[in-house]
Design a protein around this ligand. Structure first.
Ligand SMILES: Nc1nc2c(ncn2[C@@H]2O[C@H](COP(=O)(O)OP(=O)(O)OP(=O)(O)O)[C@@H](O)[C@H]2O)c(=O)[nH]1
Ligand SMILES: [Mg+2]
Length: 328
């Protein structure tokens, strides 16, 4: 399952209290202050880890609590610091404050680390409060509370190319043809309910990451079909491959609808570079293909690609075009 949104509570550890203690030595009845400091509370960190793809692991545990610092001891012994908690997340996870909705950080690189909640400082022991006029203080400082936050984690896939089309356009079939991804494919709408990422090997050592997402229908921005919330997964792609089923009754209208829904979702998507393509070329005659290639689509410039995942017709050309566009 693809999990892209999780809410959790994080609680850093409390600092340990400083100790009130006195030196006890033979023949010294009233020793000076010897209370150690409390240890610091453990912190909560988030770290991006390239081995993770989903937020699934975080779904079952809602509260993350770091260890408290130990209290200070006698004989100037300081308390142990509480251990930190490190929460691993996939690359591309946004960390937000659940209450203000503010983005705290974008963990967009492997190993990038973020201090989500700082542990409370340990209190000072009474030995630290000795002054010339009060050489044996009878008090120590208490440890401070650790930070507590409500956090939202949101994963935005980072792909090079996003596939955009109506349900059944053949998006999942394409990704399964050009990559190792094995998404569900079926001849009914909304087969894909969660995004799939595919890594396409290009030439020898290059790769293109493609994101297959659920289908879009007219009125999606009003919540029709699966709505548009999954479009956030393609906001960071460099290009969008618009896919229209070549057997569509009205390709121009389909194209217009897709562009309209993208525009409704965000400026980022409306400004993104788009390539227009027709899938399932094996289902029509060559003269229909030739006609479509010449047809003008309002608002679209650049080549129109026609391909078939079923027969691999023009699949290499499709990849070459995507690759070349990505180099710009
Ligand atoms: N003949 C032919 N059929 C295809 C081709 N590509 C996909 N199909 C068929 O079209 C149907 C829909 O394919 P999917 O890949 O599931 O379509 P999708 O765009 O991912 O659909 P949603 O996930 O519902 O948005 C399936 O029955 C596929 O077998 C193709 O190149 N040629
Ligand atoms: Mg699909």
């Amino acid at each position: 399952m693809f999990i892209d949104y999780v809410k959790i509570s994080i609680k850093a550890g409390k600092g340990g209290n400083g100790a009130v203690a006195y030196r006890r030595e033979k023949y010294v009845p009233k020793g000076g202050p010897a209370g150690g400091d409390g240890g610091n509370g453990g912190n909560i960190f988030f770290v991006a880890d390239r081995n993770l793809n989903t937020l699934l692991d975080l779904r079952y545990k809602k509260i993350y609590q770091a260890e408290n610092g130990d209290k200070g001891g006698s004989s100037l012994k300081d308390g142990k610091n509480g251990s930190d908690v490190i929460i691993k997340v996939p690359i591309g996870t946004l960390i937000k404050d659940a209450i203000t909705d503010e983005i705290l950080i974008d963990l967009d690189k492997d190993d990038k680390k973020f201090l989500g909640a700082k542990g409370g400082k340990g209190g000072k022991g009474n030995s630290k409060f000795a002054t010339p006029t009060n050489q044996t203080p009878r008090f120590a400082e208490n440890g401070k509370a650790g930070e507590e936050k409500e956090i939202v984690l949101e994963l935005k896939l980072i792909a090079d190319v996003g596939l955009v089309g109506f349900p059944n356009a053949g998006k999942s079939t394409l990704i399964s043809t050009i990559s190792e991804a094995k998404p569900k494919i079926a001849d009914y709408p909304f087969t894909t309910l969660e995004p799939n990422l595919g890594i396409v090997r290009y030439k020898d050592y290059q790769s293109i990451i493609v994101a297959d997402i659920p289908g879009i229908i007219e009125g999606a921005h009003l919540g029709k079909g699966l709505g548009l919330t999954f479009l956030r997964h393609i906001e960071r792609t460099k290009i969008l491959l618009i896919m229209i089923d070549i057997t569509s009754e009205d390709p121009a209208k389909e194209y217009k609808t897709l562009i309209h829904e993208l525009n409704q979702y965000s400026k980022i998507l409306s400004n993104k570079k788009k390539i227009l393509s027709f899938s399932k070329a094996d289902l029509v005659d060559d003269n229909i293909i030739a006609k479509l290639k010449k047809k003008k689509f309002t608002g679209h410039s650049g080549p129109t690609l026609v391909f078939s995942s079923a027969t691999r017709y023009k699949i290499q050309e499709l990849l070459d075009t995507l690759w070349n566009e990505l180099q710009d």
